[in-house]
Design a protein around this ligand. Structure first.
Ligand code: FNR
Length: 392
């Protein structure tokens, strides 16, 4: 007998709901990766290939899942990665994500390229709120964004460094979303995709506006269509950024400073020398340099170089509470997820995201118990079965 699919349980379930609800070009923008999507698939597959090491009879009746990141006590060591345009995928998506994440006791990281502004998200909840910055050629705009992030109560600045140029995403090319043309530019003309997704049109398209990019709109002159913003982002994200620029940003910011997009041990060491507070091991969810190794497969070599010198976070392919456990086992202090939180929010609203976070927490806690650990601080390589893991 086929399973009754009455309630979503896993990330795959939420993905299906999001696919049903969102216009095709938006779903593809969220779901896809660069070129042949080889790295995107690797990110997930390499987590799956890691086997857990089951242990028994260890009194696991009391367990502590909490962890501290950048001075904040969290329900468990997970944060929501910055996802641009999430306010197009769910109604006021960025403010909603912060509300749910903070309600659950974990941090939310807001992208520079968001619909909801720093000010809107800043006022949406209380709890750890991080801001992700791209280095903007217009340094005045960049300094202003940093000042606004401080004023809005952001506690950590995350500088994304793996997008000095943009990797082509074939699904976006096919949908003509890349380059700011076609459907994307024609939002107001209502392509067929809108007709097929009336719930999104009413909830997000009509009731969820305005759909400008709230963080950057003060700096984009005469922008009226998403294509104008896209053109601005393509011309303003600075490909000349180098290690020498970090000092300027750190001085402007003055708080915990994290670099996102580290995928090599050499760069991790350079980041430690530069004195940053943390790194996010990431390949941008397989959306940039297709063909690079998965984040999780690079983590052990990176942790070996910089463990104890800075906070190590990882994203790319985290699809369950077990994956959070696996990331900690290989040297991360915390894990982050991108697409899954948007699938849940876009597919099933704030309740959906809240349920997904609860599922991750439960799975993390149960997996701790069944690998014989009772406190987050005890998680190490011993929870993995080295013999059947990926080649490190
Ligand atoms: C992203 N990501 C991203 N990262 C960032 O630093 N700034 C951004 O604006 C965006 N925008 C963005 C849009 C979309 C649609 C996706 C899917 C991703 C990358 C994101 O923060 C994170 O690194 C990956 O999503 C992690 O991989 P998973 O969890 O999606 O597999």
């Amino acid at each position: 007998m086929p399973t009754l699919n009455l309630a979503p349980a896993s990330v795959k379930d939420y993905r299906r709901l999001a696919e049903r609800r969102m216009p095709r070009f938006l779903f593809d923008y969220l779901d896809g990766g660069a070129y042949g999507e080889v790295t995107l698939a690797r990110n997930v597959a390499d987590f799956e290939r890691l086997a857990l090491h089951q242990r028994i009879l260890k009194d696991v009746s009391a367990r502590t899942t909490s962890a501290r990141l950048f001075g904040a006590e969290l329900t468990f060591p997970l944060a929501l990665s910055p996802v641009g345009l999430s306010g197009m995928m769910a109604r006021r998506g960025e403010a909603a994500a912060r509300r749910v994440a903070n309600g659950f006791g974990i941090p939310y990281c807001l992208s520079t390229l968001s619909v909801c502004s720093l000010e809107e998200v800043g006022a949406a909840a209380t709890g750890p709120f991080w801001f992700q910055l791209y280095m903007i050629r217009d340094r005045g705009a960049c300094a202003d964004l940093i000042a606004r992030a401080k004023a809005a109560g952001a506690s950590v600045l995350v500088l994304t460094v793996d997008l000095p140029v943009v990797g082509a995403r074939y699904r976006d090319v096919r949908n003509t979303m890349s380059g700011g043309g076609g459907l994307w530019a024609d939002l107001r003309k209502g392509p067929i995709s809108y007709v097929l997704h009336p719930a999104w049109v009413i909830d997000v398209g009509l009731r969820g506006g305005p759909h400008v990019l709230g963080n950057v709109s003060p700096y984009v002159k005469n922008a009226s269509t998403p294509a104008d913003f896209s053109a601005w982002a393509n011309s303003q994200i600075d490909p000349a950024i180098s290690w020498a620029d970090l000092d300027w940003i750190r001085k402007e910011w003055g708080g915990p400073f994290v670099i996102k997009g580290i995928l090599s041990p050499e760069d991790a060491e350079e980041a430690a020398r530069a004195g940053v507070d943390g790194i996010i091991v990431s390949n941008h969810g397989g959306r940039q340099l297709d063909g690079v190794a998965s984040s999780i497969s690079m983590l052990p070599r990176i942790a070996e170089k910089v463990s104890g010198k800075l906070t190590i976070l990882i994203d790319g392919g985290v699809r369950s509470g077990q994956d959070v456990l696996k990331a900690l086992a290989l040297g991360a202090d915390g894990a982050m997820m991108g697409r899954p939180w948007v699938y849940a929010l876009a597919g099933a609203g704030e309740k959906g995201l809240s349920n997904l976070l609860k599922a991750f927490l439960d799975e993390f806690s149960v997996s701790m118990a069944l690998t014989g650990v009772t406190d987050t601080s005890q998680i190490g390589p011993a929870v993995l079965d080295q013999a059947s893991g990926i080649a490190m």
